[in-house]
Design a protein around this ligand. Structure first.
Ligand SMILES: Cc1cc2nc3c(=O)[nH]c(=O)nc-3n(C[C@H](O)[C@H](O)[C@H](O)COP(=O)(O)OP(=O)(O)OC[C@H]3O[C@@H](n4cnc5c(N)ncnc54)[C@H](O)[C@@H]3O)c2cc1C
Length: 528
């Protein structure tokens, strides 16, 4: 903050938005030796980047659309991410069950093509499965009419943890990153963007930060920033919502994920083991409002539960749902706005006449390539001269082994040892925050000291995935987390009470039954 507020420094690049796109750009630019700053209005990955299906994938769906170059490029990035962040990303078997004579040969052909496009970065050869083998992989699959299946491999990761580790990687590369600081305007000199106006969300202070180039990586909010640049500019993205339900693992035991390639309305649906739970989703609801805290629509919840009941022998009800989360896709307008499943999932870089650089679209899997492309453009805009990207081979913070530490600390990778030592040194930090969840007290202290956690939500939703895995348990844990954070950040009792109250309110929105207020009812124009 001190460096940003000093006002004396002109950064080479300033990135607005701390999701996958912005963090990737900060990592890439810092690794090239540029002077980089990044501001995030809330917490890192608080938007779409913590609400994904957690797949590192080429996109089987795009294969069906014949978009082979998009799939090939994503498969290359999949391989790189699994190599550069092995503590957060790994291969996982997926099984497509077949209920009619044509499905097995059809999907077997498609998945063989998928393997082929991955080349030497393939995670394993796809296989045709007999009926018995399919049941062995998916013990609770509906057996009525089941003929067999097709197994293939894809990647899985922890999206918010990767975002935090990318933030750390960027800082280690020399970048200046702050959360809870919003861009509230652009600084222009002779019609050219030369910085941004920043509002510190904790103090309300406003100040300008100057930069040779500004990258707008604000996800579904890119048009709001483009309007700071050019008030009458036409919207570039349309927003579609995707919802996931989190269920106990008993609904699909075993280590394979279930992939339904075509739901009743032609979408792809997954049921995926993740951190000891089952994540089921997603939906694709077009034309919703761009908002910080999207909520699942009742019909989206019903759609997912109906399909889970159709394909699983044990029928989940609303009472089984541990949490429900919604994420928003920024889809670049190229087709009909009402048909977002067919809009481009590829990324787009736009440079305005006043040289604001906007990066949007794409997916988590391709964040690195998106970053490489946008920094190439930003170098040109800023007149920096070209330095090649080095991120394809660069390890992400935490890669490098857990030093024998096991259990929930594994997701911290090479930081696990230091967290275990913290717990070992101070008996007050030795236990969990609450019997209902595995989160250790030492972890919370680590989040405050090393991972820029500022609120209870930062800890429970993104530094750990407690909210996603069990919203009720996270509500129980909130008071202890608030107290531990207050001790670290020098906050008083009133702050603790406000944090716990605010967190409970937020977490209730992740529980079923879904509140009456729906995303559609709240649909507002993207830009006021
Ligand atoms: C339901 C769903 C499932 C998905 N599943 C997958 C998947 O399995 N695999 C995959 O590869 N991809 C997946 N994706 C796509 C992927 O999640 C997104 O492409 C990616 O997270 C987008 O990142 P982003 O940084 O562009 O946007 P965001 O993550 O939304 O980040 C933008 C950030 O900008 C900040 N911001 C906005 N305005 C301002 C401002 N004025 N000042 C400062 N900061 C600001 C926001 O707070 C936000 O944190 C999924 C997407 C959805 C919606």
């Amino acid at each position: 903050m001190a460096r940003l507020r000093a006002g004396s420094e002109v950064f080479d690049l300033l990135v607005v938005g701390g999701g996958a796109s912005g963090l990737g750009a900060a990592v890439d630019a810092a690794a090239r030796g540029h002077r980089v700053a990044l501001i995030e209005q809330g917490d890192f990955a608080q938007g779409t980047s913590s609400r994904s299906t957690k797949l590192v994938h080429g996109g089987v769906r795009y294969l069906g659309q014949g978009n082979l170059s998009l799939v090939t490029s994503a498969l290359r990035e999949r391989g790189r991410l699994l190599r550069n962040a092995p503590h957060l990303a790994h291969a996982m078997p997926f099984v497509i069950p077949s209920y009619s004579w044509w499905e097995k040969p059809y999907y077997a052909f498609g998945m063989t093509l998928y393997d082929g496009l991955a080349g030497r970065l393939s995670l394993g050869a796809s296989q045709r499965l007999s009926r018995a083998e399919t049941i062995r992989h998916l013990p609770t699959i509906e057996t009525d009419g089941l003929r067999g299946g097709v197994l293939y491999y894809d990647g899985q990761f922890d999206d918010a943890r990767l975002a935090i580790n990318l933030a750390q990687t960027a800082v280690e590369g020399g970048a200046v990153l702050v959360n809870y600081c919003a861009c509230v305007g652009l600084v222009k000199e002779r019609g050219v963007v030369g910085g941004v106006l920043v509002r510190d969300g904790e103090t309300g202070a406003e100040f300008a930060v100057r930069a040779r180039a500004v990258i707008n990586a604000t996800g579904v909010f890119v048009d709001a920033l483009r309007c700071f640049d050019e008030p009458k500019t036409a919207p570039m993205v349309t927003v579609s919502q995707g919802v996931h339900l989190v269920l106990p693992r008993e609904f699909l035991p075993g280590s394979s994920a279930l992939m339904i390639p075509k739901t009743a309305d032609g979408r792809v649906l997954f049921a995926i083991p993740w951190h000891g739970r089952l994540v089921v989703g997603t939906t694709d609801t077009p034309n919703v409002a761009a908002t910080i805290a999207p909520r699942a629509l009742p019909e989206e919840v019903a759609f997912i539960l109906d399909h889970a009941r159709k394909y699983l022998t044990r029928d989940p009800g609303e009472g089984d749902v541990l949490s429900v989360f919604a994420g928003l896709r920024p889809l670049v307008k190229r087709g009909r706005a009402g048909d977002t499943a067919r809009l481009s999932r590829d990324h787009t870089i736009a440079i305005s006449p006043s040289r604001l650089i906007t990066l949007t679209g794409g997916k988590w899997t391709t964040y690195r390539k998106m970053a490489e492309d946008v920094v190439d453009q930003a170098e040109r805009v800023a007149g920096l001269g070209h330095t090649p990207s080095t991120t394809a081979e660069r390890a992400i913070h935490g890669a490098g082994g857990t030093g024998g530490t096991a259990g929930s600390l594994q997701m911290y990778g090479s930081d696990a040892v230091a967290i275990a030592e913290l717990a070992g040194r101070d008996p007050a930090l030795a236990g969990p925050v609450h019997p209902a969840c595995a989160l250790g007290r030492a972890e919370v202290v680590w989040h405050a000291r090393q991972e820029m956690a500022r609120t209870v939500e930062d800890v429970l939703a993104r530094r750990t995935r407690t909210l996603v895995l069990d919203a009720r348990a996270s509500i129980e844990a909130a008071p202890v987390v608030a107290r531990l954070l207050a001790d670290e950040l020098g906050r008083d009792d009133a702050w603790v009470a406000a944090q716990v109250r605010g967190y409970r309110e937020l977490a209730r929105g992740w529980l079923l039954p879904a509140p009456a207020e729906t995303a559609r009812a709240a649909a507002l124009p993207l830009v006021a």
